[in-house]
Design a binder for this molecule. Structure first.
Ligand code: ZN
Length: 86
């Protein structure tokens, strides 16, 4: 079961700005509903960033990538859940 949806940090919605957000646009969003249902909604990522949910993406995959927010990856311990993923 997916606990996290994937959020995309849009440049026009950046609150603070900075290179980090341009380098790591993908964030984890705590999914209180199915990620597909949250698609397109503006949510708060676990690291505190305002992001738009990308319901078709899976955090378990995106979070392990190089463009994922390091803070979100750390907070969700995605690398650990990945190793146990089937
Ligand atoms: Zn983040």
């Amino acid at each position: 079961m997916d606990t996290y949806a994937v959020g995309f940090s849009r440049p026009d919605r950046r609150s603070t700005g900075g290179d980090a957000e341009l380098q790591y646009p993908w964030h984890a969003v705590e999914a209180h509903r199915a990620p597909a249902e949250l698609d397109g909604e503006i949510e708060l990522a676990v690291c505190g960033a305002i992001v738009q949910v990308w319901g078709s993406q899976r955090w378990a995959r995106v979070g392990a990538g190089r463009t994922a927010c390091p803070e979100c990856a750390r907070l969700t311990a995605v690398s650990r859940s990945l190793s146990s993923a089937r």
